[in-house]
Design a protein around this ligand. Structure first.
Ligand code: NAP
Length: 256
């Protein structure tokens, strides 16, 4: 039973209108990205989802009508080709990410490189292709990078992951400054633990999740919809003067 003293989990009752706009969501096959792709599609956007697993893209397409592009964003060529295959884009969400957990003393260069390639370099490459297209078409656009609360706090076992999200925040700031004059807004969302396959993998052990949960004033972890609605807001005209922010979606974790 739900504790009546806790705030309600987000319900899909917030309305957005992205009619006539084309969106690209990376990592749209599972978890947060799938929820973002679904919300944007329900809100009238034509959505292209990029993911590694083709089966996830098939089921997403069946359920929501999103187009799918199967690609490995961890390679330079894969990221560039996927962005080009998506066609002209108005709204971009760089959501694809991986978390390879290792104690710091045993952290491997391979896992570090792989993490940076997917979590940071792919966002750079995909955004370059998309933003060049927006500028050539003289279209105002919006980009949201899915970062994490771990960009500004250290978490055990998350050396490469925390470093990648800190880098993604900084990439977001530079993009906001350089693309703003072209009418392209760039922001980030920084979720707390979110109940997805990745969240389950990293925080499924109650011994690890309990201390984290105790630091969230709202008393719960995030649902994918909590994050998707924040992303949709930053993409929307409601956020027309918001550029270069890192928006925590963390129930107050970062202020506690
Ligand atoms: P998830 O459940 O693991 O889903 C990640 C999605 O990204 C999957 O569809 C995955 O496809 C795709 N992806 C991963 N590597 C890829 C690659 N190299 N090429 C193409 N697609 C790739 O993760 P999530 O929890 O939804 O996380 C989404 C984003 O939110 C990530 O950037 C993550 O860092 C961030 N975030 C998550 C949490 C959390 O607690 N869950 C908290 C804060 C921030 P495959 O499964 O086919 O590989």
């Amino acid at each position: 039973m739900t504790d009546p003293h806790l705030p309600p989990v987000s319900r899909p009752n917030v309305q957005f209108d992205f009619s006539g706009q084309r969106a690209l969501v990376t990592g749209g096959g599972k978890g947060i990205g799938r929820e973002i792709a679904s919300l944007l599609a329900r809100s009238g956007a034509a959505v292209v989802a990029v993911s590694r697993s083709a089966e996830d893209l098939f089921s997403l397409s069946r359920e929501t009508g999103c187009e799918g592009v199967a690609a490995d964003l961890g390679t330079v060529d894969g990221a560039k080709r996927a962005a080009e295959a998506a066609g002209p884009i108005d709204l971009l969400v760089n959501n694809a990410g991986i978390a390879l957990l290792e104690p710091f003393l045993d952290a491997t260069p391979e896992a570090f490189d792989q993490t940076m390639n997917v979590n940071v370099r792919a966002a750079l490459i995909v955004s370059q292709v998309v933003a060049r297209g927006m500028i050539a078409r003289r279209t105002a656009g919006a980009i949201v990078n899915v970062s994490s609360q771990s960009s500004s706090v250290g978490l055990p076992l998350h050396a490469a992951y925390c470093a990648s999200k800190g880098a993604l925040d900084q990439l977001t700031r530079v993009m906001a400054i350089e693309l703003g004059p072209h009418g392209i807004r760039v922001n980030a969302v920084n979720p707390t633990v979110t109940l997805t396959p990745m969240g389950q993998m990293a925080w499924g052990d109650p011994a690890r999740s309990a201390p984290m949960l105790s630091r969230i004033p709202l008393g719960r972890f995030a649902q994918p919809l909590d994050v998707a609605q924040a992303v949709a807001y930053l993409l929307s005209d409601g956020a027309a003067m918001i550029n270069g922010v890192m928006l925590p979606v963390d129930g107050g974790f970062l202020t506690s």
